[in-house]
Write a protein that binds this ligand. Sequence first.
Ligand code: NAP
Length: 280
Amino acid sequence: MKSKLFVIGKPIKHSRSPTIHNFWIEKYSLNANYYKLEVDKKEIRYLIKDLREEKIKGFNVTIPYKKIIIDFVDELEISASKSKAVNTVYKIKDKIIGANTDGIGFISSLQKDLNFHLNSSSNVMCVGAGGAAYGIISSIIDFNPNMIKITNRTRSAGIKLIKHFEKFTESKKLFESKLMGYKPDNYIDLLINCTSCGMNGKNPLDIELGSMKKKSLVYDLVYEPPLTPLMKIAREKKIKNTNGFYMLVRQASESFYRWFGVMPKDSHVNEVISILKRDD
Ligand code: NAP
């Protein structure tokens, strides 16, 4: 019998995860199917029960359950405890584990797809302080960058994020508690839009990129539309830019590995990115 996997959330109809995982399932001749499933919070425990009884192989979790799911699993990977969120649930022996592959997927996309390498002199600016920002920053701090500036519409949420990550950093210089406006300075090497601004072309970020260097990178986590409003601004200024497709696929490859023990090859990552771009 085919094993079943899901992405759960509410709403879920726009998820691209089934396209990605079913492509790799076929590529690697695995006996499985991956579905999207809209669930209410009260239904989560039935999925956990099914996983415990091995009626399903695992699942991804998206908005609004990435935090809630923590209470349902037996153990958290460091990725999940550090970022306070879970996007991947799998079983090892008799334990149900929660992981967050967003951060590692983001870093992998930087290194493998965008040839951008963080180091101790990197200056990073992150717009947003929601779930995606927590996931990404939990991995960025591992590179001990010179600075990570946080700016967020709701200042208290930005400060809460800074306080959370100060625990994991060697030096306080990594974070400026003074929150900045949407105007990256010329020393910023990597600007990341971790907000939902620009999603479906709505509420674009009101941001000025004029002083950013051309060799810096503007990384928009948004990928609908594929040419996002922020990318358009970056292109006008001739600054290197990307949407969130690479991260989406790289975080998926990390989930896939946890369920099947198979890490999709870079060529199969690129194939699925082409399919996502074509489908838009
Ligand atoms: P979230 O937890 O709901 O956080 C949303 C963030 O966006 C908050 O910082 C919020 O600020 C900010 N925001 C929302 N509307 C805004 C507006 N009109 N003006 C300014 N700021 C606004 O969502 P999330 O999970 O972090 O996801 C954020 C985005 O990342 C989504 O578009 C999601 O699709 C994308 N994402 C992409 C990937 C990928 O693989 N490419 C992975 C994860 C997420 P406040 O605190 O002020 O509300």
